[in-house]
Design a protein around this ligand. Sequence first.
Ligand SMILES: Cc1cc2nc3c(=O)[nH]c(=O)nc-3n(C[C@H](O)[C@H](O)[C@H](O)COP(=O)(O)O)c2cc1C
Length: 182
Amino acid sequence: MPMPTVAVLVGSLRAQSLNRRYAHALARLAEGTLEMRFCEIGDLPLYNEDLWADPPVPVLRMKQEVQAADAVMLITPEYNRGTTPAMVNALDWGSRPMGESCWPDKPAAISGISPGAPGTLGAQKELRERATVLGMQVMGLPQVYMQASEGLMQDDRIIEASAIDFLGGWLTKFAGFVEKHR
Ligand SMILES: Cc1cc2nc3c(=O)[nH]c(=O)nc-3n(C[C@H](O)[C@H](O)[C@H](O)COP(=O)(O)O)c2cc1C
């Protein structure tokens, strides 16, 4: 059986994003267990129903990438106790046209990293609700709220031993969850 494929969406658009580095670190930890494929959302226009008259290429590409994957991973920063406009925009584009959403039944893992102590709790709470409404099968536990402490990451690698253990376990659990839904 080939490794499950996961479309990874990162809710930050900035080049030095902690969440992007974290997502790449997760992809490294998942090597041999999950094939993580990064799905760009920074080139999506702001959602506008009128654009379906001549669908933007990045929208069609994103939907195709999500459809082709066995699962999705949503990595979100926290903006004002919620998820980010970029993430919401991607979810909205993927959900339309009505009846052609790319999200239903996709097994989904949600996480995020923030310099603050709540570690994206507010962002994930909102995102979990949105993903559920869109019909994704969201893995409930364990929940992973990462605080960007000194010594956690170097470039795009997790270097703290306890975090490597914990995140490795989370990814293994997600691989099992994806297999169950395949
Ligand atoms: C508009 C805005 C709102 C923010 N609100 C929160 C917040 O509610 N909680 C939090 O922990 N950090 C908050 N932050 C700080 C972000 O967590 C921090 O900038 C983080 O590095 C952003 O993710 P990124 O590095 O992946 O871009 C906010 C940042 C911005 C730009």
